[in-house]
Design a protein around this ligand. Structure first.
Ligand code: URA
Length: 232
């Protein structure tokens, strides 16, 4: 249950005060009936609309985006296009942020939410949520590197958690990597240590939830309640 003025403010990216006056003016309806009380408690199944536009009545939203190359994982940026900029207006609302950062040139699964606690639990290494990537490499990897990944690669002063590495294509220049952390440039640095350059990187999975392959680069859709359980 969430207050009507809060949901209107979140969805339309306006202040609570503005939301209250909008509600008072009779522009907001719940289940096709004009609702003028700002403190009206909305259920997740209620259909809220403002001037004919339907709003999302959920307290928190969880979105999967197929991130294209060339945009950054941030909520806003003066110079660069962000994943939030790519969301259609119908999905935009206050407080959305990408849970975790893919590099500008990395593509694939980005989770966008306004639920800070959920994001933290997905990103915290101690929660062991696996993130799966497919990497195109400039040279093949070998058994020794598989073992090194499994034992925890040492980067600068940091020893990483064990990671899984296997061949994903016909040869050993396409790799599937599963990691539980999200250190800056982690996978690129892990391979770099062995003289291998990551030419292309794509995140395919968070926890047990795979990216919806029908999403074109830049497209996004809501994650269902059942799918959400697969992430953690
Ligand atoms: N590792 C990287 O090097 N880059 C990413 O974007 C994600 C993981």
């Amino acid at each position: 249950m969430e207050r009507l003025d809060k949901l209107v403010s979140l969805n339309l990216n306006i202040t609570r005060k503005e939301a209250r006056s909008l509600i008072k003016s009779g522009c907001v309806s719940v289940n096709s009936k004009v609702e003028k009380s700002s403190d009206f408690k909305c259920d997740e199944d209620d259909k809220i609309s403002v001037g004919g536009k339907e709003l999302n009545s959920k307290k928190f939203v969880y979105i999967m985006m197929n991130k294209p190359s060339g945009v950054i994982c941030a909520s806003e940026d003066k110079n660069e296009k962000t994943v939030i900029d790519l969301l259609p207006d119908s999905m935009k609302r206050k407080g959305l942020f990408p849970a975790g950062r893919l590099d500008k040139d990395t593509t694939g699964f980005v989770l966008i939410t306004d639920d800070g606690e959920f994001a933290h639990s997905v990103l915290s290494p101690s929660r062991h949520v696996e993130k799966t990537y497919i990497a195109k490499l400039d040279k093949p990897f070998d058994e020794n590197i598989i073992n090194e990944f499994e034992n925890g690669v040492e980067l600068s002063d940091e020893k990483l958690l064990p990671a899984r590495l296997e061949a994903a294509g016909g040869d050993f220049t396409t790799a599937k990597i599963v990691i539980k952390q999200g250190i800056y440039h982690q996978i690129k640095r892990m391979f770099k240590k062995y003289g291998i350059t990551v030419v292309k990187l794509n995140r395919t999975k968070m926890g047990n939830l795979s990216i919806d392959e029908s999403l074109a680069p830049g497209e996004a859709r809501y994650i269902t309640d059942d799918e959400l359980l697969l992430i953690k």
